[in-house]
Design a protein around this ligand. Structure first.
Ligand SMILES: [Mg+2]
Length: 350
């Protein structure tokens, strides 16, 4: 099937860092499939995989399960999970969007919508921010009506930074994300520090590659949820984390698209574990509205900026929640081509 692939590199509004990474731009790969639109936050190389391996594998776009299986088979020798799954995610989302548009229903409706709104939490609070910027961003979300906010930790000065955040947000829920920055002993020590500021969510306190260490931290501080899953790109990786986390995270643009995300939800259902959507809020709202175990969506600063800039129809939260519009077929977004062209990247390989 003919798939149109583009890659865009969008600079951040300030240097950003978390516990283990620093960046000043975000690249996304956009796939258009006969009126359907999907994307993944991935290097442009994912777009090469789409053109070279996935497009020839997609035969009947109405039969999404067959397309998904064929795409997975096509990347076997390229490493079936990881970046190849990011590429599959973009195509899968485009195929689901196409199908919903042709049926004249919203994507959430096509998937079987369980809830009208999905809660979001504000997410940013980068380690690179000044205390003033941290205060302004986190406090701003609370003022906007979002009663849950998450900040990055793991690069030093966290006790002071978390105190600044707590003061800025009053009684709102405070969440932290270490992006796997600590070994078990330090993570446990920091959990005690964070507990003094009533932190309710500790994401990737240790590397997610070791579910055993995540499990050892669980329950250490009552009321503080251990969360992970953003790098999982297969049902097997989700299965390995379940039992070691209080909340599983899944990224619709990484884990196999809508198809992979709903698989993650089924696994969560079987384990009695809540599911939280990682990043890409404008896309995640649809499968989350349909997910059995859906809890909330990450209203991630970078992606909010990108999605509202590049796509018409990206939703805005009201009272801390997103509401899929049943009158807009598919996910309801279109690419703003002229605007997006300013950020186009790697034309030579796509
Ligand atoms: Mg994270």
């Amino acid at each position: 099937m003919e798939l149109t692939v583009s890659a865009f590199k969008v600079p951040t509004d300030a240097p950003e860092s978390d516990g283990t990474f620093e960046w000043d731009a975000t690249t996304l790969v956009v796939v258009e499939a006969d009126g359907g639109l999907g994307w993944t936050y991935a290097p442009a190389a994912a777009g090469v995989l789409v053109g070279e391996l996935l497009a020839p594998a997609v035969d009947d776009p109405d039969d999404i399960p067959a397309c998904w299986a064929a795409m997975l088979a096509a990347v076997r020798n390229a490493g079936p999970w990881g970046l190849a799954m990011y590429a599959i995610s973009a195509v899968d989302i485009a195929l689901w969007d196409r199908k919903a548009r042709r049926l004249g229903v919203s994507l959430a409706g096509l998937l079987g919508q369980r809830r009208e709104t999905v809660d979001v939490y504000g997410s940013g609070g980068f380690c690179s921010y000044s205390d003033e910027r941290l205060r302004e961003q986190l406090g701003g979300w609370v003022v906007q009506g979002i009663p849950r906010v998450k900040m990055k930790v793991g690069r030093g000065g966290d006790e002071r930074r978390v105190a600044v955040a707590r003061e800025a947000i009053g009684d709102a829920e405070l969440m932290v994300d270490a992006n796997g920055a600590w070994e078990l002993a330090n993570a446990a020590r920091m959990a005690d520090v964070f507990a003094r500021f009533d932190v309710r969510w500790f994401e990737e306190p240790v590397s997610s590659d070791d579910p055993g260490d995540l499990r050892r931290l669980r329950g250490r501080v009552p009321g503080m949820a251990i969360a992970a899953g953003e790098y999982a790109t297969s049902p097997f990786a989700f299965r390995a984390l379940l039992g070691s986390v209080d909340v599983l995270q899944a990224d619709v643009t990484r884990c196999g698209g809508i198809t992979g995300f709903m698989q993650a939800d089924a696994l969560c259902f079987a384990h009695g574990t809540p599911l939280s959507a990682h990043c890409a809020p404008a896309l995640a709202v649809h499968p989350m509205a349909a997910a059995q175990q859906g809890r909330h969506i990450e209203w991630f600063h970078d992606h909010v900026r990108i999605e509202s800039t590049l796509f018409d129809g990206a939703l805005e939260p009201v009272d801390g929640a997103l509401r899929p519009d049943p009158s807009r077929p598919g996910h309801g977004m279109t690419l703003r081509r002229t605007k997006a062209d300013r950020f186009r990247t790697s034309p030579s390989v796509l």
